[in-house]
Design a protein. Sequence first.
Length: 128
Amino acid sequence: MALLINFDDERPIFIQIAEGLEDAILSGAFGEESQIPSITEISVNYRINPATALKGINILVDEGIVYKKRGIGMFVATGAVEKLKKKRKEQFYDNFIKKLVEEAKRLDISKNEAINMLERGFEDEYRS
């Protein structure tokens, strides 16, 4: 599993680590109750400070997405996929839907027009 870390990204590296692990969990690369890479593995593979890797993983620990088995490593918690989907859906609403509605209002796009545009977007995506 390769995390995508972009050192030119404005987001902190520890956030990119947390989000990369979230993506891997959502895609099934790390199933529930499976082990994730260690802090040492992440820090060596990406040439980053172990404290940075730990900070990223601790975000997921705090959210109940991963947990530590003492002396063994970090594992994906049961129910992590559902938690992540719920979190990401809330973020999707806040980051995209609210902004879409605000822009639609500015452009006098009706609810039905916006829905039609969204449906067209899905159709175009599925044709690709």
